[in-house]
Design a protein around this ligand. Structure first.
Ligand code: ATP
Length: 379
């Protein structure tokens, strides 16, 4: 059992430096269970995102890692040591907040130096570390400015420099990009990726923006109602959602209510409400029968003219094209099936060609997908 030391945080196993584990962590506020029995293992130097809708418990989870909230149940283990009862300033973690929380009356360099001064480091060390941190976020030139003289993106960089200057083992980022406009947000995603690589720190990033999570993370924990629904790489989460909630929350998905007819060698045969039988649907885990939902991404949906030959490895069935929508870089087609449900297909627009050929709204079409593109989930 490790114990807190005066140097800041408990004694640890070096191989665990930067690892974070939550074990059965629960946090209640009155009648609200904000975080409900969460288990999570973040690997050293991993970039992990907590992703989910507003109120799902992301920030509360992060605050239990930082120490600003204490769990009602469960343990928080940081860098191999049980840290549940260690106060925030003794944990080797730092947080970047959405609001930046800069000291407006201090210059940029003074903002970054603040934590080091509190820790009574000597003047030379402070000056070297501040210069390094500002160089890291490419703000060396602006060290003498006040926060009011900076753009939103520059202010966020100061907040980042201030958070990393103490060389924490884990950096916690609570929606740090959400106050920035779209262009800046996209630029800052690259910056954060670069920082993560250069610093070799564990990053735990809270966001409700799936694009942010998908483009930056090694793994994503998708949360809803205080629980983690799925933990996986962006590809796993996108291609193999573990539940209807995840499929619906990450990207656009077609969800068709179907009945399972049978399974063989990891693939299922299902029947749609209008009676079409669809084979070779991917199944994760055993499903024995009954009502399910079939999930398929719009990018994987095939729409062809009624008279077109059936492509290989693809089951097609009949429908009517009810809408074609030009989205700029892509076109979106909506096909209505005989039972009234709709399937959406999205295709990138190539110069000079129409992604859905000569098809027009009102045409009878065939619609389907490559067999491996659909998966079956609980309803
Ligand atoms: P958002 O994306 O909107 O920030 P979130 O996923 O980070 O949401 P949390 O802030 O963790 O969600 O909140 C989870 C639940 O706990 C919500 O229902 C919220 O209202 C509640 N909650 C959070 N903090 C408190 C508090 N200090 N007192 C009472 N209820 C709280």
């Amino acid at each position: 059992m490790s114990s807190p030391t005066a140097g800041g945080g408990p004694v640890r196993d070096p191989a665990q430096r930067g690892a974070v584990s939550l074990r059965g962590v629960t946090k209640r506020f009155g009648d609200t269970t904000a975080v409900d029995q969460v288990d999570l293992d973040v690997r050293p130097r991993e970039f992990i995102s907590l992703l989910g809708p507003s109120g799902c418990g992301k920030t509360t989870t992060l605050r239990m890692v930082s120490g600003f909230e204490r769990p009602d149940e469960g343990r928080v283990i940081i860098s191999g040591a049980d840290t549940t009862d260690v106060p925030p300033h003794r944990r080797r973690v730092n947080t970047v907040f959405q609001s930046y929380a800069l000291f407006e009356h201090m210059r940029v360099a003074e903002n970054v130096a603040f934590g080091l001064k509190v820790k009574r480091q000597d003047r030379e060390t402070i000056s070297t570390k501040v210069a390094q941190a500002l160089d890291l976020v490419r703000l060396g030139e602006l060290a003498e400015r006040y926060p009011a003289q900076l753009s939103g993106g520059q202010r966020q960089r100061v907040a980042l420099a201030r958070a990393v200057v103490n060389q924490p083992e884990v950096l916690l980022l609570d929606e740090p990009l959400s106050a920035l406009d779209l262009k800046l947000r996209q630029a800052m995603r690259h910056e954060l990726g670069r920082l993560h690589t250069e610093l070799g720190m564990t990053f735990i990033f809270v966001t409700h923006d799936q694009q942010e999570a998908i483009t930056m993370s090694d793994r994503i924990a998708v949360m809803d109602q205080g629980r983690i629904h799925q933990l996986g790489t962006p590809t796993e989460i996108y291609e193999r959602p573990a539940s209807r909630f995840v499929a619906d929350f990450i990207g656009e998905t077609n969800l068709l209510d179907v009945t399972l007819v049978g399974t063989e060698e990891g693939a299922a045969t299902v029947r749609t409400p209008s009676g079409e039988v669809i084979g070779r649907v991917q199944v994760e885990g055993a499903r024995t029968g009954g009502e399910c939902v079939l999930a398929v991404r719009p990018q994987r949906v095939v729409v062809v003219a009624e008279v077109a030959p059936e492509p290989q490895d693809c089951t097609l069935f009949g429908g009517v094209l009810v809408d074609l929508l030009f989205l700029g870089d892509a076109t979106r087609a909506t096909v209505r099936l005989p039972d009234g449900s709709e399937l959406v297909a999205v295709r990138h627009n190539e110069a000079g060609t129409h992604p859905f050929g000569m098809l027009r709204p009102g045409d009878r079409v065939k619609v389907g997908w490559l067999h491996e593109a659909a998966c079956l989930l609980d309803r």
